[in-house]
Ligand binder design. Structure first.
Ligand code: GLA
Length: 387
């Protein structure tokens, strides 16, 4: 998306000139799914699809938001209004949460602003459009009001926004990936300690292809919160005998020996996924350091299988994409990413097979599901910033 065009659209919307333009990326996750809120490891990367924002300061206390993607109205509220929005204005919560938590800490955010937003990341695509928006708001306030807040704290406020304003009990992966992203690297993050390490995504003759299901209207949020609760309940039972704070502290063997304590079919499956997926994320990043791409591919496939059978968050659209991918020439691995139920999947595909891959998987998907999937080449970029 072009900066001049965005500035022009700002003028058309607000009738005056905008001041600065920002970009906040979406993310993919190589491996480590539904491990973040279980104190495990994730391995995400920021992508060139994301959300743009044009900022202009105001003299009064009003915040006026306009989205160039929906045919809606300007949403307006006062900078000190901390109420949760409902209905049509719901999307303002992503901004309001960040404003609220930053204003709790910094009293120099003393005037309002206009913000024109435009995304090339479809919402509901499983590529973290909501975290991209939160981190967009975070970086704008940090830069424009010269706040000495660090990026990790912005990620924490984004997570809190999800939990308290949006009602999704998510972990920190998405916000962390959007704001801490680094060009051509993925972030190996321990969600228990927030220690992290950048690992270059060196894929040789291979590339990552993003496949969006384009599935409309999922009920992903309530199912997501169910998973969070089931894992929490399993953890509480394990704590009767084990001195742990999170499922991410367990290896597969220890989990196996104590799993009798859970004694509930659903909770057992959920916890088994959380533990095994965390171990896979650790093994995959080791394989990355060893340059063993084939092993990473197998672990990615195993991740999908575990998300299908144990975590039960895939659904026929994501399964179709993964299963069709596994059958193609030159594919190392494929799996769903993000919360699940709809959203997106990734595949690691040999560069010279990429076009054939998209054609074949696209056809299988259309035949089975009845509408098209979208394919994007993942370009790994830096975290949210002024452009
Ligand atoms: C969503 C959440 C993240 C994470 C993933 C699953 O994207 O926002 O915190 O839990 O699902 O790994």
């Amino acid at each position: 998306m072009n900066k001049d065009e965005l500035l022009k659209e700002y003028v058309e919307t607000f009738g005056e000139k905008g001041q600065d333009v920002f970009f906040s990326p979406g993310r993919i996750n190589v491996i480590g799914e539904h491990t973040d809120y279980n104190g495990g490891h994730v391995f995400p990367a920021a992508i060139s699809l994301g959300v743009y924002g044009v900022y202009g300061p105001r003299d009064d206390k009003k915040v006026r938001l306009f989205s160039g993607n929906v045919n809606g109205n300007i949403v307006e509220f006062d900078i000190d209004d901390t109420t949760v929005e409902k209905g049509e204005r719901f999307w303002a919560n992503y901004f309001k949460g960040m404003i609220t938590y930053l204003r709790e800490k910094y009293d120099n955010i003393d005037h309002g602003f206009n913000l024109y937003i435009k995304a090339n990341l479809p919402s509901g695509s499983g590529l973290s459009s909501s975290a991209a928006i939160e981190m967009l708001m975070g970086i704008i306030l940090k830069d424009e009001f010269k706040l000495d807040v660090d990026r990790v704290n912005l990620a924490k406020m984004g997570q809190r926004t999800e939990n308290e304003f949006v009602g999704l009990n998510s972990g920190i992966m998405d916000q962390f990936a959007c704001i801490m992203g680094k060009k051509d690297s993925a972030i190996f993050l321990d969600c228990n300690t927030l220690e992290y390490e950048y690992l270059p995504l060196e894929l040789g003759n291979y590339e990552i292809i993003i496949m969006a299901t384009n599935k409309p209207h999922t009920l992903a949020d309530s199912a997501y919160n169910d998973r969070v609760r089931e894992c929490h309940d399993a953890l509480t039972k394990l704590q009767e005998k084990l001195d742990i704070k999170a499922l991410g502290e367990l290896d597969n063997d220890t989990f196996d020996e104590y799993s009798y304590l859970i004694n509930d079919k659903t909770e057992l499956k959920r916890a088994r996924h959380a533990v095994s997926e965390n171990q896979r994320a650790i093994r995959a990043t080791k394989a990355m350091k060893d340059g063993d791409l084939e092993k990473i591919g197998r672990l990615i496939n195993a991740s999908h299988i575990s998300l299908h059978y144990d975590y039960e968050v895939t659904g026929k659209e994501l399964d179709t994409l993964a299963e069709a991918s596994w059958k193609q020439d030159g594919v190392l691995g494929a799996r769903m990413i993000g919360g699940g139920f709809g959203g997106s999947a990734i595949a690691i595909v040999k560069k010279d097979k990429a076009e054939e891959f998209k054609k074949n998987v696209g056809k299988t998907y259309r035949d089975k599901i009845g509408y098209d999937a979208s394919f994007y080449d993942a370009e790994i970029v830096d975290g949210s910033k002024m452009i």
